[in-house]
Design a protein around this ligand. Structure first.
Ligand code: IPE
Ligand code: IPE
Ligand code: MG
Length: 244
């Protein structure tokens, strides 16, 4: 049992690699898509919990650029699930003050996904309680390459001097512009890797790994991750004495 949370030390941005849907489905004698659709309940629960704890940004890795290599039927099922989930959840998002954003090159998704996402982003734009960021057709290297191209175009137009590119310029060229870096990364399913997720933004994030498969991730697991985060001493390069 984790100890009581310190509400003065809640991370403002939590990112999650939602992994293990396929293995969870297999363990239940079901197809992989059964795992993905059950994972939607975990998303709803994580969002609710994050909002109640006062977390301001929740980023979820939903589909990577590498995931296009999966069987066509699984990709199609995931895209249909995305559209169906947006439709079924949109009203709840609005009622609960959730603003929806995306990162990744969503222009490559099927048209019905793009349209549903656009509608949800527009309808939730003014919501202020929490920002839910879905990483779709996302990989960090792809994001960084697209950022490099944006910076190169700025240099070419004369808006930016070569040799004077600062951290702020890079941050403004990334998909996560105006979003603070995640302070906590959670990965489910017992894998210990980053899988091309937010490589720039996770520079100083605390990492929490759990064996729990994503479809069984519930409030208690989220609380456990926050409790783990609160047990860490975040030194940012300094000595322990300097920060205590
Ligand atoms: C995560 O679960 C969901 C996506 C990557 C879309 P997986 O589908 O990767 O599940 P496992 O890792 O095969 O169990
Ligand atoms: C990472 O999970 C991507 C998402 C959760 C969307 P994967 O299951 O695709 O990652 P790897 O292939 O095991 O690294
Ligand atoms: Mg996986």
């Amino acid at each position: 049992m984790s100890k009581a949370l310190d509400f003065n030390n809640i991370p403002s941005h939590v990112a999650i690699i939602m992994d293990g849907n396929g293995r969870w489905a297999k363990a239940h004698g079901e197809e992989r898509l059964f795992g993905h659709s059950n994972g939607v309940d975990s998303v709803r629960e994580a969002l609710k919990c994050a909002r109640e704890l006062g977390i301001k940004y929740l980023t979820l890795y939903a589909f990577s650029t590498e995931n296009w290599a999966r069987p066509e039927s699984e990709i199609q099922g995931l895209m249909q699930l995305l559209v169906a989930s947006i439709h079924s959840e949109l009203e709840g998002l609005c009622e609960n003050g959730v603003r929806l954003k995306t990162i990744g090159d969503v222009s490559r998704l099927p048209k019905d996904c793009i349209d549903s996402l656009q509608e949800a982003v527009e309808k939730t734009e003014a919501n202020k309680d929490i920002t839910l960021i879905l990483a779709l057709n996302y990989s960090s290297r792809d994001e960084i390459i697209r950022a490099c191209n944006r910076l190169a175009a700025k240099v070419k137009s004369g808006a930016l001097n070569p040799g004077e590119i600062k951290q702020k310029d890079v941050e403004e060229a990334l998909d996560t512009v105006n979003i603070p870096d995640p302070e906590l990364l959670i990965r489910t399913s017992g894998e210990f890797r980053v899988s091309n997720f937010l490589l720039w933004q996770l520079a100083y994030a605390e990492m929490h790994f759990t064996k729990v498969f994503w479809p069984e991730f519930r409030r208690e697991h989220f609380i456990e991750a926050i409790s783990d985060f609160q047990s860490r001493e975040r030194r940012f390069g300094k000595t322990s004495e300097q920060i205590s």
